[in-house]
Design a protein around this ligand. Structure first.
Ligand code: ZN
Length: 186
């Protein structure tokens, strides 16, 4: 069995003899041809059915290797989230944006192995949201009612402040008129 490099050299030699190739492009062609042959051989060993087009096989291998490097969870950071479909950084991954990739948020989470509860927004935004959500958890009318009651209390306290003496227990009884004091002596 001939060595792959020999085969590659032969292929490139044939190419170089047809067209005019610089030393650089011969080298590149050699490297490319060699690695392609290597892949073909590996595929053959594994019993993978090879596509007729070698270029197609090449693309397939490279595409498969790239996304495996990153942990999808790394895409959610304190101040931003990175769309794992297109790499865009944003504060939150909206349903509208995901639909441009033909995905729903649910499908996106499933595809990248997120929990379905995972909010698709920057961590800082998620924290702010959950605080706001707790406040919003009270029905709006109740919040309004509480606010009004608070205001009434405040008003009442303010008007009470004007007459601190409180209710006069003697109210209703005829008031005793004070006579001018007679002066003693004279
Ligand atoms: Zn995207």
């Amino acid at each position: 069995m001939r060595k792959l490099l020999d085969i590659a050299a032969e292929i490139v030699q044939a190419q170089a003899s047809v067209g005019q190739m610089s030393a650089d492009s011969i080298e590149q062609a050699l490297i490319k041809t060699f690695s392609t042959l290597q892949r073909m051989q590996r595929a053959e060993e594994k019993g993978i059915l090879l596509d007729k087009s070698v270029a197609g096989e090449e693309v397939f291998v490279e595409e498969e290797a790239a996304p495996a490097k990153k942990d999808p969870r790394d895409s959610i950071m304190d101040d931003k989230i990175i769309c794992l479909e297109c790499g865009t950084e944003m504060r939150q991954l909206t349903t509208k944006h995901l639909s441009s990739h033909g995905l729903t948020p649910r499908e996106y989470k499933k595809k990248y192995g997120f929990s379905l509860k995972q909010p698709l927004s920057a961590k800082s935004l998620t924290k702010a949201r959950s605080k706001a959500a707790k406040k919003r958890g009270l029905p709006e009318n109740l919040v309004k009612f509480l606010a009004e009651r608070k205001q009434k209390k405040a008003e009442a306290a303010a008007s009470e402040g004007g007459s601190t003496q409180g209710a006069d227990p003697g109210e209703g009884r005829p008031k005793v008129k004070r006579r001018p004091k007679a002066r003693k002596g004279a």
